[in-house]
Design a protein around this ligand. Structure first.
Ligand code: PLP
Length: 395
C-alpha cells in the first residue's frame, strides 16, 4: 500500500524519525544517569512505547484511564498516572491493578483527596503508591517545595495502610512560555531544584522519597544537570512538532507525525486552497505562533514529506475543512500560482503545531520510512476516555 492509497485525513508516522527521537532520549537519560519514564499521552501507542522505554520494567507515564487499560493490555506493568487523581477512578484502577499485577503510581496534592483515595482503596482491598505533586512554577497542580502543605500531605498518606508514599513529581509547564536553550535551561534548573528540595524535606522529616520525577520535553532536552533526579518523563519528543521547533528544542526534520490530506477545492475570492483536514484532523492548537512566524494550524509539505512547501500554511480550520493560504500576494498577482502548486485531488502532508493534540483522536498510525511512500505497517493506538468493562474485568 502507498501513501496515495490512504483515505484522507490519515495520520502518518515516519518510523526513521521516531526511532531517532526515542534513541536520542534514551541516550540522554543514560548520560544523566536517570530512568526514562516516557509520557505516552503523546503517542498512545504500545509499539512506540517499546521504542521509547526500556527494560527491565519498561516504565511509562500515562494520563488517562484509557491509557492505563490499553498499556496494561499490551503488557506494560509499571505506570505513573501523572494527572491528579479523582477518587471515582479508583474502582477501575483497582480492577486493572488486580487483573494485570500493575505497579501503579498515582498523583495527589490535596489532603482531602488522599483521605478519599486511601478510604476507597482500603474498601477495594487495593494498595497504591502515591507521589506528591510539586508546583515548580507552572501554576497548575501541586504544592510548593517549601510550603507546610508538603509535610501535611506526607502525613496524610502515611496514615493509610492502603497507600504508600514513594516520592515527588513535578512538570515545568512554564517551559512552554519561553524559547531558546538558555532560558529553558534556567527553568529546567528550577524544576530539578524544586523536586529535589521537596524530596529532601520529606526525607529530613522521616518520610520515604525514593522517587524524584521531573520532566517536560524542553527542560530535559536543555537541562545542564539532573543531579538528584531519579527519573524523567518527557513525551512530545517521541513525535516532535512545530511548537518544539519554535521553542528551539528540535528541527522540522525531527517531526515524525503528520496528517495526509487531499485538496478538495480552490476559492479565488478568499485565495484559499481547501483540504479535507480541518480542526478535528489537525486540532486548533497554535502554540508555536507565539515564538515563530505565523505557522497557521500547520505547515504544508509535499506528500512524501521531502520538503516543506515554501510559504504555505493551513491558515483557517473548520470542523472538517482546512484552508491553505500562500504568501501575501504582490499587488495585482492572482492565485494561479497557488492553485497550480496544489491542484484539486493532490495530496499534501501537514506538519502539526502540537503533536499531542493532533494525534489524540486517531485510532492508528500508518507508518512510512523517510521519503518512501510505501506504508510498511499500521500501529494501533489508544484514544478517548472510555474504558469498557472488558478492558478491566478480571475474566
Ligand atoms: N509530565 C506531566 C505531568 C505532563 O503533564 C507532561 C505534559 O503535559 C509531561 C510530563 C510531558 O511533557 P512534554 O509534553 O513536554 O513532553
Amino acid at each position: 500500500m502507498q501513501l496515495t492509497d490512504l483515505p484522507t485525513p490519515s495520520l502518518v508516522l515516519d518510523l526513521d524519525r521516531v526511532e531517532r527521537n526515542c534513541a536520542a532520549m534514551l541516550e540522554r537519560a543514560r548520560q544523566h544517569g536517570v530512568t526514562l519514564r516516557p509520557h505516552l499521552k503523546t503517542a498512545k501507542s504500545a509499539d512506540l512505547a517499546r521504542l521509547a522505554s526500556s527494560g527491565p520494567t519498561w516504565p511509562i507515564t500515562v494520563s488517562t484511564l484509557t491509557e492505563v487499560a490499553y498499556f496494561a493490555a499490551h503488557g506494560f506493568r509499571d505506570m505513573t498516572y501523572a494527572v491528579g487523581i479523582a477518587v471515582h477512578k479508583l474502582d477501575t484502577l483497582a480492577a486493572l491493578h488486580r487483573k494485570h499485577g500493575l505497579v501503579l503510581r498515582l498523583l495527589a496534592d490535596q489532603v482531602a483527596t488522599i483521605d478519599a483515595v486511601g478510604r476507597r482503596a482500603a474498601e477495594l482491598e487495593a494498595r497504591f503508591e502515591l507521589l506528591i505533586e510539586i508546583d515548580c512554577g507552572g501554576g497548575r497542580g501541586g504544592v510548593t517545595a517549601d510550603g507546610r502543605e508538603l509535610l501535611e500531605l506526607a502525613r496524610a498518606i502515611s496514615a493509610w495502610p492502603s497507600l504508600s508514599l514513594v516520592g515527588v513529581l513535578t512538570h515545568a509547564g512554564q517551559s512552554y512560555a519561553t524559547a531558546g536553550a538558555g532560558s529553558i535551561a534556567a527553568i529546567a534548573e528550577t524544576e530539578r531544584s524544586s523536586a529535589l528540595r521537596a524530596a529532601t524535606r520529606l526525607r529530613e522529616a522521616g518520610f520515604e522519597s525514593p522517587v524524584v520525577s521531573i520532566g517536560s520535553t524542553p527542560t530535559v532536552v536543555w537541562a545542564a544537570t539532573l543531579a538528584g533526579v531519579t527519573e524523567i518523563r518527557p513525551g512530545v519528543y517521541t513525535l516532535f512538532d512545530l511548537d518544539q521547533v519554535a521553542l528551539g528544542v528540535c528541527t522540522v526534520e525531527d517531526i515524525a507525525a503528520s496528517v495526509i490530506a487531499t485538496v478538495i477545492g480552490h476559492n479565488p475570492r478568499s485565495r484559499r486552497v481547501l483540504i479535507d483536514a480541518g480542526a478535528l484532523a489537525l486540532s486548533k492548537d497554535q502554540s508555536a505562533n507565539a515564538f515563530a512566524e505565523d505557522l497557521g494550524y500547520g505547515l504544508v509539505a509535499t506528500v512524501d514529506g521531502a520538503r516543506v512547501m515554501a510559504g504555505l500554511r493551513v491558515a483557517e480550520v473548520h470542523q472538517e475543512h482546512g484552508l491553505i493560504a500562500g504568501p501575501e500576494p504582490v499587488d495585482g498577482a492572482g492565485t494561479d500560482d497557488l492553485f497550480a502548486r496544489l491542484p484539486i485531488g493532490a495530496r499534501v502532508r501537514i506538519l502539526p503545531q502540537h503533536a499531542c493534540m493532533t494525534t489524540a483522536p486517531y485510532g492508528h498510525y500508518d507508518l512510512v520510512r523517510g521519503e518512501s511512500s510505501e506504508i510498511i505497517a499500521r500501529w494501533h493506538k489508544a484514544s478517548g476516555h472510555t474504558v469498557t468493562t472488558s478492558d478491566w474485568s478480571p475474566t
